[in-house]
Ligand binder design. Structure first.
Ligand SMILES: *Cc1c(COP(=O)(O)O)cnc(C)c1O
Ligand code: SF4
Length: 467
């Protein structure tokens, strides 16, 4: 089963790897052959949870990444298949009752929606604070939080080849139009970028932009190559397709056109980075996964890798050592280890910060400098990306040393600050400032910023409202 020692470039792609994309969703749970080993009650519970959390898995993940002799512990199974403990006991019981009495899909949806709204679907103030205004109107599908980087959410890229059960983007997948960042207006993005020359990097994200056909992806990428956008030096694509559907770059009908597009971006003089989400070393073991990496790199694009640290999926130093070593061997650059966000089935997946740091260091100490490009554990919190840099004893107090890697105010970046050590804390808002301080250094400025944002927004929206 292990292909780890094969060299990319000499791999024969097996017949099965020319497979066509086939996806299973909630309505298919009774028909996935591998799930027949579960009891009827277990499948009912899975259908109940899948009504609330996103569920979508493709045949490659089912047939080649999951070890079915090891469920439910298998990490890729935990990553993709809904588990009963992901909901509270009460919520689970309620959903199972609805499924068992064959409630109408409207009734199931309404109950699911209520639970979803209780799971913090939009953490880190994504909606209110990050969508900028153009002529007083919010630019749909665009987020601008950190000065140098703009995120674009192509409307056609708001899905994925498989879904991760812990994903904080799940609010976009469950079909609530109000919660969706959609965009059909590339022109307004381009206009916004033209008048914001401080933007150096554009990151297409989702969902997964690589679900788009090459022709559709081109419509988003080609306008970014306009010479009038010379200040945009780098284009990034956030994607899990090299892990979940490597066929995208190898055997899909338009795989070669995708790679041609990557080469065109490079030919325009820009850096192109695939920000590839790899959760577990298993995702890099198949020949086709390695071939995908090789073909992407051949275009001149760089692959930078990132993933959240998730309990039951990759909460061991061993998993990360293998992941980072293999990435470096294949030519990919380890980039971020994230702390799982405070959303969705957070209790099921959370890893306390102290433990996250142990896992990070346990792995970091065992890779060469080429793997130490990775930074983490990092929390993408409302004020910025906060790195848990270490634990230290200062005087009589044990503290976490924290540092912004990215911040709403660039002046906050790189300045160490301190929180009282807390073995159980799992997110920034569970930390207390050390040394008896009332608050962290950035908090007063951050309050001012959020107050200003909402008053600007109210004024501009009023001004832009039709008479
Ligand atoms: C992580 C992130 C970015 C990119 O940050 P880098 O440190 O440049 O990778 C941009 N915008 C948002 C909102 C982010 O969370
Ligand atoms: S691939 Fe990314 S966006 Fe899609 S479900 Fe997984 S974490 Fe979420």
């Amino acid at each position: 089963m292990l292909y780890g020692n094969l060299r990319p470039g000499r791999l024969k792609i097996a017949r099965r790897d020319t497979r066509k994309f086939r996806v299973y969703s909630r309505k298919d749970i009774e028909h996935i052959p591998e799930l027949q080993r579960l009891s009827h009650a277990e499948r009912v519970a899975m259908r109940a949870v899948a009504a609330v959390l996103p569920f979508r898995v493709n045949s490659y993940v089912v047939e080649e990444l999951i070890d079915w002799s090891n469920i439910p512990e298998d990490p890729i199974y935990q990553l993709t298949f809904p588990q009963p403990e992901m909901l509270s006991k009460a919520d689970l019981a309620r959903m199972i009752r609805l499924v068992n009495r064959k409630a109408s899909s409207e009734e199931i949806k309404a109950a699911a929606r209520a639970i979803q709204h209780s799971l913090n679907p939009h953490p880190a103030g994504q909606m209110e604070l990050n969508v900028p205004l153009l002529d007083g109107v919010p630019v749909a599908g665009l987020q601008h939080k950190y000065r140098e980087t703009v995120l674009l959410f192509p409307a056609a890229g708001q899905t994925c080849h498989s879904y991760c059960t812990y994903c904080f983007r799940w609010a976009q997948f469950v079909g609530d139009q109000d919660m969706k960042f959609a965009n059909r207006e590339v022109e307004s993005w381009i206009r916004y970028l033209k008048i914001n020359p401080e933007v150096r990097s554009v990151l297409l994200t989702g969902g997964d932009p690589m679900v788009m056909r090459s022709g559709v992806l081109r419509r988003y990428v080609e306008p970014l190559l306009d010479p009038a956008l010379g200040h945009v030096l780098t284009i990034r694509i956030g994607t899990k397709s090299p892990a979940y559907w490597p066929q995208r770059f190898v055997t899909d009908e338009d795989a070669d056109d995708i790679l041609a597009l990557f080469s065109e971006v490079r030919a325009s003089g820009r850096h192109l980075a695939l920000m590839a989400h790899y959760s577990h070393p298993r995702e890099l073991e198949t020949p086709i996964a390695q071939e995908a990496v090789r073909r992407i790199l051949e275009t001149g694009a760089v692959i930078r890798t990132q993933a959240p640290l998730v309990r039951r999926v990759n909460d061991s130093a061993e998993a990360w050592v293998r992941l980072w070593r293999e990435q470096v061997r294949l030519g990919a650059v380890p980039y971020y280890m994230f702390v799982e966000r405070d959303t969705g089935p957070k209790e099921y997946f959370k890893v306390p910060l102290a433990r996250a740091l142990q896992i990070f260091n346990g792995a970091y100490r065992r890779v060469s400098g080429l793997g130490r490009t990775v930074r983490g554990p990092s929390m993408s919190a409302t004020p910025g990306k906060v790195l848990v840099d270490g634990v230290a004893n200062v005087g009589a107090e044990q503290v976490f040393v924290l540092k912004f890697l990215q911040a709403r105010d660039p002046a906050w970046v790189g300045r160490p600050f301190f929180a009282s050590y807390d073995e159980d804390a799992a997110w920034l808002d569970e930390l207390e400032p050390a040394f008896g301080r009332g608050e962290f250094f950035y908090e007063a400025a951050f309050r001012k910023f959020t107050a200003r944002q909402s008053s600007v927004r109210r004024r501009d929206e009023k001004a832009a409202a039709p008479a």
